[in-house]
Design a protein around this ligand. Sequence first.
Ligand code: ADP
Length: 584
Amino acid sequence: METGKIIKVAGPVVEAEGLRGAKMYDVVKVSNQKLIGEIIELAKDLVTIQVYEETSGIGPGEPVFSTGMPLSVELGPGLIKSIYDGIQRPLDLIRLSKGDFISRGAEEDAINRKKKWDFEPVLKKGDKVISGDIIGTVQESSIIQHKIMIPYGIQGEIEEIYKGKFTVTETITKIRDRQGLLQEIKMLQKWPVRKLRPYKEKLPPFEPLITGQRVIDTFFPIAKGGTACIPGPFGSGKTVIQHQLSKWCNAEIIIFIGCGERGNEMTDVLLEFPELIDPHTGKRLMERTILIANTSNMPVAAREASVYTGITIAEYYRDMGYNVALMADSTSRWAEAMREISGRLEEMPGEEGYPAYLGTRISSFYERSGRVKCLSNDDREATLSVIGAVSPPGGDLSEPVTQNTLRTVQVFWSLQDKLAYERHFPAIDWLTSYSLYLSQLSEFYEKEINKDFIELRNKSMGILQQEAELEEIVRLVGVDALSTHERLILETARSIREDFLHQDAFDEIDTYTSVKKQFLMLKLIILFHETAEKVIVQGVNIEKINSLPVKSNIIRAKYIKENNLKKFSEIEKEIICQINSTTT
Ligand code: ADP
């Protein structure tokens, strides 16, 4: 191991000399306390290191040890249910051994070395394999089967494959590679976090990530393999939405990265997440979740790493063929960490002091999402969807982190505290949110749900936009200035907002709505609107229409159970019948 010497310490940034042969992004251990750091700048004999632990008390002259390895994560069975910090140290295990505050230089294996897993081979001696091929499986949690893949860079013929109980470091398969060498395959793999895990081909997204949240699925859908951004002013319901997405979205694996600023933000995640129940299985959501959390006593640099640690683990499960959803809260804290490190490096600052490469870093993070054909012989497909929260100071969306994020992501769910004050939940503003996946996903909606789905969605969106314009007029000259038809538009828009967009996360039925039911609910509202339009021209009074008893059926439609969707056609008939009766 090469040893160098510290010459300067500035917060999380340390300069050292004498580390010959050091490479960019190599991991080093700083001082005799072995604090973990990463080389982020190389100049002749001088290296700059960002340290992932508190550097107080460390000074010039102390040693720096090179490991010769880039910052990597451990991959293998045992990841699921784990709670890690930004550099994949298992927080729960460290807490057990070292107490609540992680002491410096704490080292625990990210993946348990002693636990034995039941390895079930799916290939046999003589089979030819390439990187990414699945050689067998392990039941990792009560619901997730971990696929053991041939590591990247290895191909050949299986010489031996074992069945039975193994630890992650024991050999489960021997491969005779092209050079005739025998390669021993173990369940544990490592991967450098800053390098994206390869796949065969990137495919365009075609299917929505279904969340059961009406404002998302119907109005602003995210594709499986897509990207979305959500700003979260305090109290706007960001946590509830993130929990709802984690619980309900149809991804098999959830990775949650918490880069909290204040200690209690992260404690909330650490306490709440493990308590969540997975509605699909009735078991704990952790059975298919990995949490990465930066506690407040960790320096900023660890936040920087956590984003990469999280996405690398997410890619690994994607490579198995799973649909993975990654949530990062909040990427603004990650950007602030970048800003702080950049400042310490005395780099030329860009907008608001953020480094000039802020935009590139953000986009290369989101670009690791996608729908892909995995590396392997079997052409399996998988997706990695990325949802990043931003926390712009003062809700100012023009600040650089939000702007750079919006330039990259395809969906924006505009959470507004104003709506939250009005108790309109989820507080996603229908006028400023958008999804650029609509055209790619419309075929799915029209084929799988209903051929009129997109038309209905667009019509409803149009009514909401007209409402905004009409409200302006009402504000200026009062409601009496509006025609009957315009007043009908206001009423329908109100109905779309209250009877459709508004969704109670805590109601047993309302918490999740299938896309089929979403369509039927919206169809009731628009059917009412269009039928009413016809009788209005015959001079029927708008108050009379609005007070029809069938209106209460529309209000209560959200509570119709998923196994009783035939009820909707009864209400449709009732709508037509009651509105038509107003003309007599
Ligand atoms: P934030 O994380 O943005 O500070 P929370 O997610 O904790 O805010 O939400 C604040 C409160 O708003 C919640 O305790 C809950 O009462 C209410 N709320 C948010 N979203 C919903 C929802 N979808 N349905 C019902 N109530 C909600």
